[in-house]
Design a protein around this ligand. Structure first.
Ligand code: CO
Length: 215
């Protein structure tokens, strides 16, 4: 395990290497960021966003929390989504979960873990909603499936938000993807649940255009 002082010398080494390859790298980045992708992933240290998809600083806007949740009252996540969609105009939002997610595991247990149980509560609701398909699976398969269902649910949660729906209404190209990462082999899998427009959102969650008034 590196010592804390190693981190700073690692950083000097990294910055030098970057400018050796591309002398204007930081100069260009300092001027502006123009990422096309927003990553919403788990805080787990084994899932480093940029590294996994081979993107440089400036190419990926990132929000991470325990178990990659998108919760309609979480201003942290929503502020990131709003900035990414409205200001940066990202074209893709990647909701990325991972197998072996400790947050999903904790939500499936009955023991208490502290504050995080409040945060993970919506994952229990996902289990309840899909219980009939999950209950007979052996524990490892059930855990894997819950990690996938958690991603799918967050993709839907995003699509239910007016920030996203207003972007679609403006004609902005914006796709929400659900991916899952395997910490065993480093491979990402597309769960095939991409949402690209309001038509895919259940009517109760659709925000319509404002009523036209003649006055
Ligand atoms: Co996790």
């Amino acid at each position: 395990m590196p010592k804390i002082r190693d981190l700073l010398s690692n950083n000097k080494h990294w910055a030098t290497k970057k400018t050796d390859v591309d002398p204007k790298f930081f100069e260009r980045l300092a001027a502006q960021q123009k990422p096309e992708y927003l990553w919403i992933g788990c805080a787990d240290s084994r899932v480093p966003a940029n590294e996994i998809v081979g993107l440089d600083p400036g190419e990926l806007f990132v929000h991470r929390n325990v178990a990659n949740q998108v919760i309609q009252t979480d201003f942290n996540c929503l502020a990131v989504v709003e900035y990414a969609v409205v200001q940066l105009k990202v074209k893709h939002i990647l909701v990325v979960g991972h197998y072996g997610c400790g947050g999903v595991a904790a939500a499936l247990e009955s023991q208490r873990h502290g504050i995080v149980d409040h945060w993970l509560h919506p994952i229990k609701d996902i289990y309840r909603e899909h219980e009939s398909a999950l209950v007979d699976l052996p524990a490892p398969a059930q855990f894997d499936r819950m990690c996938e269902l958690n991603v799918i649910e967050q993709v839907h949660n995003l699509s239910k938000n007016y920030i996203i729906q207003e972007a679609w209404a403006r004609g902005q190209s914006l796709a929400i993807h659900g991916w899952i990462y395997s910490i065993r082999d480093g491979v990402l899998k597309d769960l095939g649940v991409t949402i690209r427009g309001r038509d895919a959102v259940e009517p109760i969650y659709q925000f319509g255009p404002d009523e036209e008034s003649d006055d």
